[in-house]
Design a binder for this molecule. Structure first.
Ligand code: GLN
Length: 468
């Protein structure tokens, strides 16, 4: 089975000892496309060892549900004995002492991990241009960005090097790159997949999730990773529903009128949304416009809260415990200051400063506490809409992928997240589906959002109503 294809089909084939050759194909495909800079490292040895173990288990008739599946992991997800850097110089030379729960579950299900993928430093960005290890090329059109922050993950799938890639999504970092690369990208409900072993950016927003060629593959990997983990107290104890992908019947679907009317929207993205709405109505679904809760406040609310959490989470990178330590420093204060000054990139520094500012005694009430209140209003409004409707439909992004270097203003870059941050603010699951192709030749996605823990219906609708 080639990693350029979905693995679901291959699951139907008799399982003979051939995982080793799939892994060789995947490694060769990744090597041949080094120019994309999607991978920071290929795990040749451990991938081959795991492939041999899986082959033996297949021959013994004991193969797990993901035998034959080849994966990449974003460089902020820990895999025991392997380097992990969050694409930052501050973690230079750091090797993980344990595996993320998601990684452990995938390996236990007999998946093979072939490498770690490039991303924006500490998952902060929307273009993958904030990596300390260089930009990633979009495999669909190399002059374009692949999106971010999980740009390498998206590119690793779009380039056909793996069946599935793990990314992380704090404000859209799975869905926006999925939209830019023509892949499926799922951000699960907050608390559905353990964050243990995910390098924290903003802990009340972060979720691990998959990119894949199809919803079926997305679902298979999601199912294995989902569920309570005693090592992450924010995971839910709710049982994980089996994902059957059966047609969910006629649905009540809301869409955001503002999503169609907003300035800065690409007209072809709007026309595609309208065509989807017309088709869904013609198929007998109830499709109605609703208004977005506080649309213009979502991005600012997200950036206040996410930077506040980041400034606290990133305090642990002090030059003493992990990675880079300044050789110029004398004394402990200077070690903190110089190590952090030398090794964090400009976007990470900007966010630490912003986050520290909004948490400072004089401004806490005006910014942080206020943003918490606005988050609650957005969450309540979103959940109320999802009582009335099964799904909310919106574009994933206002435009298709942009060229490298095209967006230099940080605030303009933050507006990439206009449609994606809501799911993180509200904790709902959301998926980007590759349903559109622009006349400029680039793919783009639409986004579906469901009630918390309603991934079964979200995925079923994605496969059966949106044909992905
Ligand atoms: N683009 C957003 C940011 O820069 C989202 C990042 C993410 O989801 N990790 O914060």
């Amino acid at each position: 089975m080639s990693p350029t294809k979905s693995f679901s089909e291959a699951h139907l084939l008799p399982r003979s000892g051939s995982i080793g050759s799939t892994v060789e194909q995947a490694l060769a495909a990744a090597e041949a496309q080094r120019d994309l800079n999607a991978y920071l490292e290929l795990f040749h040895d451990s991938a081959r060892e795991q492939a041999a173990r899986v082959d033996a288990r297949i021959n013994a008739g004991e193969a797990g549900p993901l035998a034959g599946v080849v994966l990449s992991i974003k460089d902020n997800i820990c895999y025991k004995g392997h380097k992990v850097s969050a694409s930052s110089r501050i973690l230079e030379g750091f090797t993980s002492l344990y595996s993320a729960t998601a990684v452990e579950r995938l390996l236990a299900a007999d998946a093979v991990i072939i490498g770690r993928t490039n991303c924006d430093e500490f998952a902060m960005g929307s273009s993958n241009e904030n990596s300390a290890f260089g930009k990633v090329l979009n495999p669909v059109e190399k002059t374009m960005v692949p999106g971010g922050s999980s740009g390498g993950a998206a590119a690793s799938v779009a380039a056909g090097t793996v069946h599935v890639a793990l990314g992380s999504d704090t404000g859209g970092s799975i869905r926006q790159p999925a939209s830019f690369t023509g892949t499926v990208g799922l951000k699960p409900t907050y608390g559905r997949i353990s964050r243990y072993g995910l390098i924290a950016f903003a802990s009340s927003f972060d979720q691990i999730g998959p990119f894949a060629h199809t919803v079926e593959d997305t679902a298979a990997v999601y199912q294995v990773m989902a569920g309570h983990d005693p090592k992450d107290a924010t995971t839910s104890k709710r049982p994980v529903e089996p994902i059957t992908l059966e047609h969910p019947g006629k649905l009540r679907i809301a869409y955001y009128r503002e999503g169609l009317e907003r300035a800065g929207m690409d007209p072809e993205v709007v026309a595609h949304m309208q065509a989807q709405i017309d088709r869904l109505k013609a198929e007998g679904h109830i499709v109605e416009p609703i208004s977005v809760p506080l649309l213009d406040h979502q991005v600012p609310t997200y950036y206040i809260l996410a930077t506040a959490e980041a400034s606290s989470n990133l305090a642990r990178f002090d030059g003493i415990r992990f990675g880079h330590r300044s050789t110029k420093a004398q004394g402990v204060d200077e070690t903190y200051r110089l190590s952090r000054s030398e090794a964090f990139g400009p976007e990470v520094k900007r966010r630490i400063l912003l986050g520290t500012f909004v948490l400072s005694a004089g401004y806490y009430d005006a910014y942080y506490a206020q943003a918490q209140r606005v988050r609650r209003i957005i969450r309540d409004h979103t959940l109320a809409s999802l009582e009335e409707f099964d799904l909310i439909l919106s574009p994933t992004c206002p435009t298709t992928a942009f060229a490298h270097g095209a967006i230099t203003d940080p605030v303009a870059m933050y507006l990439q997240d206009i449609f994606t941050v809501q799911a993180n603010l509200a904790g709902t699951p959301a998926i980007s589906l590759p349903t559109g192709t622009h006349s400029n030749g680039l793919p783009f996605g639409i986004q579906l959002t469901a009630k918390p823990f309603d991934e079964a219906r979200l995925l079923a609708a994605s496969a059966r109503i949106f044909g992905c």
